[in-house]
Structure formats: structure tokens, C-alpha cells
Write a protein that binds this ligand. Structure first.
Ligand SMILES: Nc1nc2c(ncn2[C@@H]2O[C@H](COP(=O)(O)OP(=O)(O)OP(=O)(O)O)[C@@H](O)[C@H]2O)c(=O)[nH]1
Ligand SMILES: [Mg+2]
Length: 203
């Protein structure tokens, strides 16, 4: 990649939406914020991608323009959903980068993804943002399809933690992400998390 260019369009968008929402109590993908569902908010952040993948149980959601992708290992969590997304991305577009989002990050924006895309280096195979506590956030991150073997090996070994997927990672400061996309990493796990977002009391 030429230094300084972002090449935004070469990212495949992947939205994982196969969770149980057990902490939220009802399906959080369909919870509403400012007149739209959380699913629609996150989808809008990836609307300009050439390929958009929705990793979810078949028929659970209708999202125009998004290609349904079934889980390779249903119910095994977001690491398994990343495997399904990387496989589908490689099948349809060849080797390359995937922007991996969850339904519970409604403040992600195109500018956020452009920032991550611009931070890629030739050696990098993942790009993540640090949260306010300094932890790299594995959702709302970029992964290269080269990570497929690694992700599959983790899953085959019984691992389920998404944060272990990242390798050869570039990490961006929290402030850099929230400057272009305020509250970008605010994660909606409970109704209180959503209420805080509506009230504007979360960063
Ligand atoms: N495709 C797929 N997505 C998943 C799976 N498990 C979780 N997700 C998604 O991963 C993202 C983050 O997951 P969590 O915050 O743990 O969501 P969750 O499992 O629905 O919620 P809890 O039951 O409260 O943990 C959300 O977008 C979920 O929909 C899965 O097994 N398959
Ligand atoms: Mg969550």
C-alpha cells in the first residue's frame, strides 16, 4: 500500500450477529437507538464495502445488500464467527482484509474504519483499537484472511476467546479512534449500556 493512502474500498465488511443477548434480555441486534436498530447502525458504518457479510443463523435477520453467512460452528461465539467471515471473504474476494464488527457497537462509523484501514502496514495482519482502559478491542477491528489457519487451530483446540485471534497487530490509541468516532467502542451488553449511550453519559 502506498503510504498515506487508505484504500477503504478493499475491506470486506463482516457483521457478526449470532449471539444470545443473554445479558441484554432480548435480542440486542433489534434494540432501537435514535430510530434505528443497533444492527442497522453498525451496518451503516460498513455500507460502502464491496462485499458485506452477515454472520448469523440463517433467516434471523433481513439486511438488504448483505450476504448471509452461516456460522461454521453455530453457537461457539465470535471467534467462530470470525472464522466463518474470513472463510467467506477469501472465497468471494481472495486474500485480503476484513472489517469485523459486532451488533453491539452502534457508534462505529465509516471514519472509524477508514482510520483502521489507514493504519495497516505491509507486515500487519490485524488492526485493533485500545479501549479507555488500554485493552485492545477485538470487535471493531481488522483481520487479514492470512489469520484463518491460526483462528481454526485455536477453535479446534477448544479456544473461544476472540482476543486471541489477533496476530502481528497494529494497535491504535483510544483517543485516535474516539476523535473520529465518538463512543466508537461503547459496547452494548445490557439495557443500562444502551440507556447510557442514549443519555450521552458514556465515552
Ligand atoms: N455469528 C455469531 N455471532 C456471535 C456468536 N456469539 C456472539 N456473537 C456476536 O458477537 C458479538 C459480541 O458478542 P456478545 O457481546 O458476547 O453478545 P451475545 O453473546 O449476544 O451476548 P451475551 O449472551 O450477553 O454474552 C455480538 O454481535 C453477537 O451477536 C456466535 O456464536 N455466532
Ligand atoms: Mg458485547
Amino acid at each position: 500500500m502506498t503510504p498515506g493512502t487508505t484504500r477503504r474500498l478493499d475491506l470486506v465488511g463482516a457483521l457478526t450477529a449470532g449471539g444470545r443477548s443473554s445479558r441484554f434480555g432480548t435480542d440486542k441486534a433489534l434494540a432501537r437507538l435514535e430510530g434505528r436498530t443497533l444492527l442497522e447502525h453498525v451496518a451503516a458504518s460498513l455500507e460502502d464495502r464491496p462485499l458485506r457479510l452477515l454472520v448469523a443463523p440463517p433467516g434471523r435477520y433481513a439486511l438488504p445488500g448483505w450476504r448471509p453467512v452461516p456460522d461454521t460452528r453455530p453457537g461457539d461465539g465470535p471467534l467462530a464467527a470470525l472464522e466463518a467471515a474470513l472463510l467467506a471473504a477469501e472465497r468471494h474476494m481472495g486474500p485480503g482484509w476484513v472489517a469485523f464488527a459486532g451488533v453491539d457497537l452502534p457508534r462505529l462509523t465509516p471514519a472509524y474504519w477508514a482510520l483502521l484501514a489507514g493504519a495497516r502496514t505491509p507486515e500487519a495482519r490485524s488492526v485493533l483499537t485500545l479501549d479507555a482502559a488500554g485493552r485492545a478491542q477485538p470487535l471493531g477491528a481488522l483481520y487479514h484472511t492470512d489469520l484463518l489457519l491460526h483462528v481454526t487451530a485455536l477453535l479446534d483446540g477448544g479456544e473461544r476467546r476472540l482476543r486471541l485471534a489477533a496476530r502481528d497487530a497494529v494497535t491504535l490509541p483510544h483517543e485516535a479512534a474516539t476523535r473520529v468516532s465518538p463512543q466508537a467502542l461503547h459496547n452494548v451488553n445490557t439495557p443500562a449500556d444502551l440507556a447510557a449511550l442514549e443519555a450521552g453519559t458514556e465515552q
